[in-house]
Design a binder for this molecule. Structure first.
Ligand code: ZN
Length: 255
């Protein structure tokens, strides 16, 4: 595991095609359970070692343990998410389902909100693998706590899921409104590991950078106004975000 992680940090140092490392395997597996803190310590060590030399981001699956999957006498569901955030330096958490059995869940969610740690919510996977859906799912709590959330398929190959299906589930099972879904879509690009600065100067609520805030429509026209265009030319990240906003406008015009 340590060798693989070193390999990832080293590769990211030499290639911008490697953007992030994500540890992902059954969290209830005995190897995962017994080595969890060690894995987090490895990430903590490498995070410090490579702070200035490698741009590798870290995302971690954490908190995907329902009571049915928790090994007997294990306390894994009380600290995995916090350890991933505080020791593993995860910028995004996959699942985060068992937030309510963490120690001080409210404090942890406040910390995630303050540090902009996003939760990748995988509704169809959670239903399929853990039978967790509806009000048993903590999505509403994360949203209420101001934790950034985005939808994810978890594993299209295994689940035969799709992003469209995840949005449908968020609407029908979690009763999210169009505005909620729009927020989640914005969050997904804000927390994508794309190069360059963001289109947004603030995220709660979302407010554009000065260059693209010249008009009420954020410089969104086709093309963007000159000042915004110049800004977008410097950033792949902001360009993708601007395209999403343009798609929102086009979609909303049809309604
Ligand atoms: Zn997963």
């Amino acid at each position: 595991m340590f060798g693989q992680l070193v390999g990832a940090f080293e590769m990211a140092k030499h290639s911008n095609l490697i953007v992030a490392a994500n540890l992902s395997s059954p969290e209830d597996d005995s190897a995962s359970i017994s080595n969890y803190n060690l894995h987090m310590a490895m990430l903590d060590f490498l995070h410090a070692q490579y702070a200035t030399t490698s741009p590798l981001h870290v995302t971690l699956h954490a908190g995907e343990l329902s009571a049915a999957y928790l090994p007997t006498n294990s306390t894994a569901n009380t600290f995995h998410i916090r350890a991933a955030v505080e020791t593993g330096h995860a910028e995004r958490i996959g699942h985060g389902l068992d937030i309510n059995t963490e120690m001080d869940p409210a404090g942890l969610m406040a910390e995630m909100a303050a540090q902009h740690v996003l939760v990748e919510v995988c509704l169809s996977s959670n239903t399929q693998i853990l039978s967790i859906s509806g009000t048993n799912h903590p999505l509403a709590q994360y949203l209420a706590a101001g934790v950034p959330v985005a939808l994810a398929t978890d594993d299209q190959g295994v689940s035969r899921s799709s992003m469209a299906g995840e949005y449908e589930r968020a609407a029908l099972d979690q009763h999210l409104s169009y505005r909620d879904l729009k927020l989640l879509a914005r969050n997904s690009l804000e927390h994508a590991f794309l190069p360059g600065p963001s289109l947004w100067s603030a995220t709660s609520p979302y407010a554009p950078v000065t260059a693209c805030a010249a008009t009420a429509t954020m410089g969104i026209g086709d093309p963007a106004n000159p000042e915004c265009s110049a800004y977008l030319a410097t950033s792949e990240h902001a360009t993708m975000q601007w395209l999403l906003e343009r798609n929102f406008l086009a979609f909303e015009k049809l309604q």
